[in-house]
Design a protein around this ligand. Structure first.
Ligand code: FHN
Length: 490
């Protein structure tokens, strides 16, 4: 309640508050006089008391209205058959490429540089003048995603700087009108993705550090030269929904919209019902993936987790429970940054990335792995070689990942299981003894083999569990996968 009231007081400028108080004051005074005469000694204190009551009444009304609207989101949402099919395909895909790319990459200091250096809007406005990605080649990007074994791409159509990396008619704060490049890379990328059979999702930041109508400001705001006023409804209904309409009509069928930034104003009314309905109406198969760090709301199609597997909260973002209805996704960085960061060399090794992918699959989740291309449009070699190595690993082990769901045994330090039809894949990530015991499996196991070389794996199955005799790992073996084939259930 305290944070909501805080929000309300931000929302109502002093002037607006005075106007509203004026309107409601006479009713309030009557009420106060009738019910509280012995508490109110003088006319002056009557006015003060009435004004307080009045402000609280207004605040309460707004809280109720806003809380109601926000929590309802797209009430009574029934996903269309196309949407349900897209959810299945999304779950089968398992591995995607996340791309953070914007004018911020010019400074090589990540995508938060506007905020982190507390730049003014006027200062930041100079950045697009230096953004000319003449080496951007969509064919190479999509081919790299495919070589890595990734089945979809999610790219920033705009990040928190509000800069549209596409041809937007809603405002000139976009790549075509503000940069020497003058082209729409998302158009080129979308065409290439369609050609190479990769689904394209658009990341869209609802948080905006540049637009004056993103007002009242949120938790990440600083004084960057915007006026202390703005029209929130205009921002959502005209600006944001206008751009979403463009993204959903000018780029062919897209995989969906990946929202980010609602956490900046968690109690605000984001007009979700309207925005979600617009997306589902324009492209019923497009999935809505919100990174709001809250429990899923009606109208959302995927639950996503930032820098953590579902159910974990090492990064501090994921405090909610895990949905059993929606597909799950976990996103992470290949080094430590989202946007291009020239000083970040904390690259994860191919083995770490493979483990991460296996753990995601065993937790019934996709992995969306991020790279931040350079301002010239190239992807740095440290990313390329690591992604290619993961792709090489997947060319051998892909059957144990793609199209699977989390297996019947709870993930543990030792590893995870995945399952597809009548096959269980036991992914042994950390186990050094030759015998490995797992809890009971309902169906009879008819065969077990190692995925590495198809050699048989001895096993005993009893009512209290299964024991596998696994070969010791080879020195460079990241994941020992034992495939159990189950008898068909009758
Ligand atoms: O602030 C962003 C951050 O820059 C990045 O885009 C990540 C990706 O999940 N999400 C936000 C933080 O929640």
């Amino acid at each position: 309640m305290a944070s909501r009231l805080n929000y309300i007081s931000q929302l109502l400028s002093t002037k607006a508050m005075a106007r509203l108080n004026g309107k409601l004051l006479s009713t309030e005074v009557t009420l106060v006089m009738r019910f509280s005469r012995h508490f109110v000694r003088t006319a002056a204190s009557t006015w003060r008391f009435a004004a307080k009551r009045c402000a609280l009444a207004v605040a309460f009304l707004i809280v109720v209205t806003f809380a109601g609207r926000n929590s309802l989101a797209q009430a009574n949402y029934q996903p269309s058959p196309e949407n349900l099919k897209a959810r299945q395909e999304f779950q089968n895909a398992k591995f995607g490429m996340f791309i953070h790319w914007g004018v911020y990459s010019v400074l090589g200091s990540g995508e938060w540089v506007f905020h982190d250096r507390a730049l003014t809007v006027d200062e930041y406005n100079r950045l697009p003048l230096f953004f000319d990605p003449e080496d951007f080649d969509a064919k190479t990007w999509v081919a790299l995603a495919k070589a890595a074994g990734m089945k979809y791409i999610t790219i920033t159509s705009r990040h928190h700087d509000g800069f549209a990396m596409f041809d937007s008619k809603v405002s000139d704060w976009n790549i075509v009108q503000r940069t020497p490049y003058k082209k729409d890379p998302l158009k080129i990328l979308a065409a290439e993705c369609h050609r190479q059979g990769i689904k394209l999702f658009f990341y869209y930041s609802q948080l905006d550090w540049h637009n004056p109508n993103y007002y009242p400001r949120g938790a990440t705001s600083w004084d960057n030269g915007r006026p202390n006023r703005g029209d929130w409804n205009l921002y959502l209904d005209d600006y944001m929904d206008g751009q979403l309409r463009e993204l959903l009509t000018n780029y062919g069928p897209i995989g969906g919209i990946w929202f980010d930034g609602m956490w900046d104003k968690p109690d605000a009314d984001w007009h979700l019902a309207k925005t979600y309905a617009l997306i589902h109406e324009l492209q019923p198969a497009a999935l809505i993936i919100p990174n709001h760090h809250q429990s899923p709301k009606p109208g959302e199609d995927v639950q996503t987790f930032e820098r953590d597997l579902p159910g974990q909260n090492t990064a501090g973002f994921n405090t909610t429970s895990v949905s059993h209805q929606l597909p799950l996704e976990s996103c992470d960085t290949l080094n430590g940054s989202w946007g291009f960061n020239i000083a970040d060399s904390k690259y994860k090794s191919p083995a770490e990335l493979e483990r991460r992918l296996v753990q995601a699959a065993g937790n019934n989740s996709n992995l969306l792995l991020n790279i931040g291309p350079m301002p010239n449009g190239e992807i740095q070699p440290e990313f390329v070689t690591r992604l290619q190595a993961v792709g090489e690993w997947l060319s051998h082990y892909g059957d144990s990942i793609y199209g699977t769901r989390g297996g019947p045994i709870a993930p543990g330090e030792w590893g995870v299981t995945t399952q597809k039809d009548n096959q269980i894949y036991v992914h042994i990530l950390s186990w050094h003894a030759p015998l490995f015991a797992i809890p009971p499996i309902a169906n009879k196991i008819v065969e077990a083999h190692s995925m590495l070389d198809a050699s048989p794996v001895e096993f005993t199955q009893k009512s209290d569990g299964v024991v596998l005799k696994v070969p010791l790992p080879k020195s460079d073996e990241v994941d020992r996968v034992v495939v159990l084939t189950l008898a068909a259930s009758h």
